[in-house]
Design a protein around this ligand. Structure first.
Ligand code: MN
Length: 206
């Protein structure tokens, strides 16, 4: 079965005024769809159908070399965006006591976490992602280039950690509303984090 773009779990306009409807439509319906289409083509060409996208991007060495770059880019794109839609929402939800304690231990305060997360996105030159990751429960912030993911091996830009929150800092994620102002977009992003979903993902890493 081919990979498919998951439906947004809320309306395209649900994240306004922080992320506008047109950006969400283009980002989900065009950009994410393109990653899925390209991933399906690469998987078919490689004859490696039947794996999950997570299995593919965490074991890129097993992908035939001719399609490895495409699976890295478009498999990463599919996985990263699928996570991105879910860790955002019109309702912030409740942060679990476990995640709250881990955040305070790692960063000192929620504001300090936000500052470090934003710095990770701001210092990513070009396109990529800022990530909050769990290292067996210990929280760490990192960033990746392009559509790389922390779960990928180090030779593919990853660090082997499990991401529980990600912010897309490609210009396509914010340019219509924020133009070149990535910092303003990232500040707005904090208002649409679905902490209940991030907490659920954190609990799965413990
Ligand atoms: Mn994107």
């Amino acid at each position: 079965m081919s990979f498919e773009v998951p439906d947004l779990p809320y309306d395209y306009s649900a994240l306004e005024p922080y992320i506008d409807e047109e950006t969400m439509r283009i980002h989900h319906d065009k950009h994410h769809a393109a990653y899925v289409n390209m991933l399906n083509g690469a998987v078919e060409a490689a004859g490696i159908e039947g794996k999950t996208v997570r299995e593919l991007i965490t074991d890129l060495d097993s992908v035939p070399e001719a399609q490895r770059g495409a699976v890295r880019n478009h498999g990463g794109g599919h996985f990263n965006h699928s996570l991105f839609w879910e860790v955002m929402g019109p309702v912030n939800g409740e942060m679990s006591s476990e995640l709250n304690a881990a955040l305070l231990e790692a960063f000192g305060s929620l504001d300090d976490f936000k500052a470090e997360f934003q710095k990770a996105g701001m210092t990513r030159f070009g396109s990529g992602w800022a990530w909050l990751c769990s290292d067996n429960g210990k929280l760490k912030i990192c960033s990746t280039a392009n559509q790389d993911n922390p779960m990928m091996g180090s030779e593919y830009g990853g660090c082997g950690l499990t991401p529980i929150l990600g912010c897309d800092v490609w210009e396509h994620a914010y340019y219509l509303n924020y133009q070149n102002l990535r910092a303003d977009y990232m500040t707005a992003f904090f208002n649409v984090i679905n902490w209940a979903e991030v907490s659920k993902r954190y609990s799965e890493t413990l």
